[in-house]
Design a protein around this ligand. Structure first.
Ligand code: KG4
Ligand code: ZN
Length: 404
């Protein structure tokens, strides 16, 4: 057996793509896929039926573990995934009211992400698929984010205009993809990306710089409406150079860059002597057991709130401007926006308004499915399962996996 996981004679084998490809006779019994997500700091497990119906979507968040460090500590993330993965799978099965035997396949995030964190999910999924003798499906995390939107669109029987332009905007990525479904299979063409920091990373770093909590996005999102977004004129962000060979195929018009904006915020802080206020805020928040963005409001002066609002407006305007320019250039029939930053209130408002103005449909996932979760992994696995695109025993974590 060419693709078996182990070559011991009596052991069950990981079904090969040929074995697992559902034919009309061997159509899926239940349509149930267990999704496993462990690419960063959320251990997620979900049961999704037919790529549409979310029966359970359980997340063990590591925010409290990483918050004192103001960012994800990879070793701690791996350790927490190891501790959480089995109980979270049990809870996901329980909430869905099903057992391992009811599953048609196991889907897992193979990359991109933190190597150690990904490995926990991939090795667990391989072991499970082997023990249960069920097909294993490898999913790209970025494709998962796109399918979070597709899942909900399908559920509402919304047909997605094709080709669709997908903006995946998270803590690790700010990427534009032209996405198209051809014969049941999704194809992606990466037409834009960040050349340095991802937008979510910029939110997190600026929040840390200003003495706010982690992850920074929700803090800035909550505080920004209290400031004046025109107070600090950051101006439009342009990327003139193509710094890497890998970017040669993308037009500079669709390249993002947020590290300069982050430095501009730092410079503003230095020039306006804001450090003492920031340190006082950091210390005050550190004393609270479970600090929330609302706790920070009383600790922010007008200058800080204006800086926060201006930073967020600069990011949002840049994302909107370049995404709609790409949509026009590539004759996209609609836009989907996903990833953690897609939870941002001002971002949603600006994208929806721009879509309405141009007559271009813009779809977001629900807030729950915007940030990392396993339902999106199980949903992205469904078309792969249906077309027999099954992983082999060589599957491993791919920290730098790209899409398109
Ligand atoms: O997709 P995600 O959960 O994980 C990655 O794949 O990176 O995204 C996490 C990122 C973090 O940088 C976080 O600060 C950001 O999404 N984020 C937000 C908001 N909620 C989460 N950024 C802006 N506004 C939000 N409401
Ligand atoms: Zn993500």
């Amino acid at each position: 057996m060419e693709r078996c996981l182990y070559h011991g004679d009596m052991r069950p084998t990981l079904p090969s793509s040929a074995d697992a490809a559902p034919t009309p006779e061997s159509a899926p019994r239940s349509g149930l896929i267990l999704g496993i997500e462990s690419s960063c700091d959320e251990t997620g497990e979900a049961i999704v039926r037919g790529g549409v119906e979310v029966l359970s979507n359980v997340i063990a968040s590591q925010i409290r573990t990483h918050a004192p460090y103001g960012g994800v500590v990879p070793e701690l993330a791996s350790r927490e995934h190891l501790q959480n993965i089995v109980p979270v799978v049990r809870t996901a099965l329980q909430q869905a009211g099903c057992s391992f035997e009811d599953l048609d396949a196991i889907a897992v995030t193979e990359g991109p992400g933190l190597a150690g964190a990904l490995l926990v999910g991939v090795m667990y999924a391989k072991g499970l698929a082997f023990a249960l003798n069920k097909p294993l499906i490898a999913v790209n995390h970025l494709e998962g984010h796109i399918h979070a939107v597709l899942l909900e669109a399908r559920k509402q029987q919304q047909t997605l205009a094709q080709p669709t332009l997908a903006l995946v905007v998270s803590g690790g990525h700010t990427h534009l993809y032209l996405a198209e479904e051809i014969g049941g299979t999704w194809r992606y063409n990466n037409i834009g990306r960040t050349v340095d920091d991802a937008a979510g990373e910029a939110f997190d770093k600026v929040a840390k710089l200003l003495g706010l909590g982690y992850p920074g996005g929700p803090w800035i999102d909550w505080l920004a409406p209290h400031g004046d977004p025109h107070a600090v004129p950051f101006g439009p962000i342009t990327v003139k150079q193509k710094p890497y060979r890998a970017l040669q195929k993308q037009s500079p018009r669709f390249l993002f860059s947020f590290s300069g904006l982050k430095t501009a915020v730092l410079r503003h802080v230095q020039q306006h002597a804001m450090k003492p206020v920031i340190e006082a805020r950091r210390e005050a928040l550190a004393k609270l057991a479970d600090a929330r963005p609302s706790d920070a409001l009383a600790l922010c002066d007008t200058a800080t709130l204006n800086l926060i609002a201006s930073f967020q407006r600069a990011v949002v305007e840049d994302l909107v401007r370049k995404t709609f320019a790409a949509a026009e250039t590539f004759h996209s029939a609609g836009i989907v926006v996903s990833g953690g930053v897609a939870a941002n209130g001002e971002l949603r408002q600006y994208f929806l308004a721009a879509g309405q103005k141009r007559g271009l449909p813009v779809i977001f996932p629900s807030l729950e499915l915007s940030t990392d979760n396993a339902a999106m992994i199980a949903a992205a696995a469904w078309p792969k399962f249906m077309s027999g695109d099954v992983a082999t025993e060589t599957l491993t974590a791919m920290p730098s996996l790209s899409l398109g």
